[in-house]
Design a protein around this ligand. Structure first.
Ligand SMILES: [Zn+2]
Length: 272
């Protein structure tokens, strides 16, 4: 596994030279305009020469650092479970005006107005038929982190035989769509969060965690014997939180073998 840092900072030739002297590659802004600087990007692997010095410099320049983890094929294929993050987004839940989709799809009686937690999906999502799939098998709607969609034909061929169910999806008028399904994410199970600390909403007291970005995903306390399930913990930010979606090794390896796109698989740490 490699933990990768991506740095973004206001460009100047002097800053770029400092990073290059530490052994880092620097991508200047596409269109450098000396009067405004523009944003340059650089990368480093955690623990590599120059990495910790680069982190300090980026902080001192008020730059932004984001972290991600690259796993080897073996680390993914040998994990008993993988978190499953949909990365291809297109379109919006309907009706999108004034966020009216919330009332259409959810029971909002227990929803917190501050953090948005507590809404329970009660009805099919409604979508426009113009969603852009590209070459992706998986899709999420903008604004909705907790629902995963597939084209019915792709789900039938690859995931239905593994025991993964589907929920109906409707068009903007409420008629059932044949060509798209929402994946049934199955039961809920707690993860072992160890030292990780969540943020508690000051209004409702519900807890959420930052989206996991470094190292193995947390392990599962007592993994249910099902192909797909959700964490009881919620991850994300206010109004954009979701249960982590977790798949069995069988499902993860089927997704990789078929080359299904639009999702990233994060191996979970071994239990216990
Ligand atoms: Zn709240």
């Amino acid at each position: 596994m490699k933990i990768k840092y991506r740095f973004a900072f206001t460009w100047s030739e002097a800053r770029a030279s400092q990073l290059r002297a530490l052994g880092l590659k620097v991508q200047p802004p596409a269109d450098p305009r000396p009067e405004v600087g523009g944003i340059a990007v650089s990368f480093a692997l955690e623990g590599a020469p120059g990495w910790s010095e680069a982190c300090s410099l980026i902080r001192s320049w008020n730059g932004a650092t984001s972290v991600t983890t690259e796993f080897t094929a073996a680390e993914i294929s040998e994990a008993a479970h993988c978190a499953f993050q949909v990365v291809h987004a297109s379109g919006y839940p309907q009706p999108e005006r004034d966020f009216l989709y919330l009332e259409q799809a959810y029971d909002l009686s227990a929803r917190c107005p501050k953090c948005g937690e507590g809404a329970v999906q009660m009805a099919p999502f409604r979508i426009k038929k113009t969603l852009k799939w590209g070459r992706n098998a998986f899709l999420k709607l903008n604004w909705v982190e907790e629902a995963c969609f597939m084209q019915t034909s792709v789900w039938s061929e690859h995931l239905r035989p593994l025991g993964i169910g589907a929920l109906p999806v409707e068009d903007t008028k409420g008629s059932l769509l044949d060509e798209v399904v929402q994946i049934d994410l199955g039961p809920v199970a707690p993860l072992c969060m160890g030292e990780l600390e969540g943020v508690r909403c000051e209004k409702c007291g519900r807890e959420r965690y930052q989206w996991h970005d470094r190292g193995f995903f947390p392990s599962i306390k007592n993994p249910p014997d099902v192909p797909i399930f959700r964490s009881s913990q919620r991850f994300g930010v206010e109004h954009q939180s979701a249960n982590a979606m977790i798949v069995s090794a069988t499902v993860a390896n089927a997704i990789r073998a078929a080359g299904l796109r639009g999702v990233e698989l994060w191996p979970c740490a071994p239990a216990g």
